[in-house]
Each structure stands twice: as structure tokens, then as C-alpha cells.
Design a binder for this molecule. Structure first.
Ligand SMILES: O=C([O-])CC(=O)C(=O)O
Ligand SMILES: [Mg+2]
Length: 228
């Protein structure tokens, strides 16, 4: 098992809250929690290894053209201006992290997110928008984003860089960092702290389970997977 698989295994049962505590136990109180305005489209839990991409505003004016000319232009735009190069180099367990510089577009949609899942992406995190959200939810694609946007990329945003440090909700995320996301939001662990944080996150999870198990038993409540 390589380091990456070891880390994914180590984090697979940890909740965002446990990882938060594990960061605190390593004097990282100030760091790691992505701003609470970044929320899941639907509640689920995903652990992955960050893969980052940055997009920036498109500075040119869209030339005047007929709708049929626009069809070709839109295709050209996807190919040359706002492409998703990460699609070509996905590793199983990647958590795709998109910095879209505040532009109101849905870089993520039902099509490109599902294509990434097919190739091994486990979830998406964006400080921007997602669209086609009814299908994204139906397809069960885990997405944490700042907003929902109806808009296409054309004339609004361009691809800038892959595997650069990005700022998502106040946290600098680098390709290779550990990303844990659930109904509480998203937390990022710098790769060099991954083992130490996991150790104390497990300590917290264990004590949480034991405490709630005692209450379940006192209530005569059937035990579930969160306490055993
Ligand atoms: O085309 C895009 O950039 C996003 C989108 O709507 C999809 O992937 O379905
Ligand atoms: Mg779409």
C-alpha cells in the first residue's frame, strides 16, 4: 500500500468534526476548516486526496455572431479557453478542488462531474458554482460548493492552472492534501500533518462513540453504525 492509500484508509471512518479536533490537537486551531458558506449539494461523506485547478475571469468581449456561429464558438471555447485538463490525469481517490475566482458560472455540471467519477474522482469542492444540480444529485455525485449557478463558462471564465495552491474558503489547498467532507462542511489537512492529525482524530472518534453508546444503552435505543 503506498502512502496515499494508507492515508485514505486511515481517514475513511473519520468525521469532519473528528478531523477538526485532530487538527486542534496539533495546534492547528487557526487552520483547515473551509468557510461554512461552502455546503454540500446533498449530505454524504467523502475522503480524498486534493487535486487543484484554478480558473480566472475571461477578459475579452464576446464577438457578435449568429446563433449557429455561436454553436461553433462555444465548442472552440471549451477546447481552447475553458477546458478541464484534470480529466486527462485522474488518480483513484482524487478530490477535485476548483478555484473559480468568484465568477458566477457553473464550471461543474452533470456531465463533467460524472465523467470524473467514472475515472476515479470521489468528490468535488468549489469556491464557485455547480449547475444541472437535479441531475448531479440524481447521479449521486458528491459536490461541496459556494453556490448554484445557471451559467455556462463561455465569455465568463477561462482555465488558468492545474496543481497550483488555491484558496478555498480561507484555506490554501495543495494537490496532495487530505480533504474530508460531510454534512458539517469541508476540512483540509496539509499532507505533512496527515498521520499526526489522524491519530488524534481517531482518539476523539473513539471517545465520542463510547460516550454516545452509553447513552443509547441507557435509553434502550438500538445501536447503529455510528456507535459500534
Ligand atoms: O459544461 C460545463 O462546463 C458544465 C456543465 O454544464 C456540465 O458538465 O454538464
Ligand atoms: Mg451541463
Amino acid at each position: 500500500m503506498d502512502d496515499r492509500d494508507k492515508i485514505l484508509e486511515l481517514y475513511k471512518d473519520l468525521r469532519v468534526a473528528d478531523v477538526r479536533d485532530g487538527m486542534d490537537w496539533n495546534m492547528m486551531h487557526h487552520y483547515g476548516s473551509v468557510h461554512y458558506e461552502i455546503r454540500p449539494l446533498f449530505r454524504t461523506r467523502v475522503v480524498g486526496i486534493a487535486r487543484t485547478a484554478r480558473y480566472v475571469p475571461y477578459e475579452e468581449a464576446v464577438p457578435s455572431m449568429t446563433p449557429d456561429e455561436y454553436t461553433d464558438w462555444a465548442k472552440w471555447y471549451y477546447k481552447e479557453v475553458c477546458y478541464d485538463p484534470w480529466h486527462k490525469s485522474i488518480t483513484n481517490g482524487d478530490f477535485m478542488v476548483i478555484d473559480q475566482s468568484g465568477v458566477d458560472v457553473g464550471i461543474l455540471g452533470s456531465n463533467n462531474t460524472l465523467g470524473g467519477i467514472k475515472d476515479g474522482i470521489v468528490g468535488y469542492l468549489s469556491n464557485g458554482g455547480v449547475r444541472d444540480t437535479d441531475e448531479v444529485i440524481l447521479q449521486g455525485v458528491p459536490v461541496w460548493s459556494k453556490f448554484i449557478s445557471q451559467k455556462m463558462d463561455q465569455g465568463r471564465i477561462r482555465f488558468d492552472a492545474l496543481d497550483v495552491p488555491v484558496n478555498i474558503g480561507g484555506v490554501v489547498i495543495r494537490t496532495g492534501d487530505v480533504v474530508v467532507a460531510d454534512g458539517d462542511g469541508v476540512i483540509v489537512v496539509p499532507r505533512k500533518l496527515a498521520y499526526e492529525v489522524a491519530k488524534y482524530a481517531h482518539q476523539e472518534l473513539k471517545s465520542d462513540k463510547a460516550g454516545r453508546k452509553r447513552i443509547y444503552e441507557a435509553m434502550g435505543r438500538a445501536l447503529d453504525h455510528t456507535v459500534i
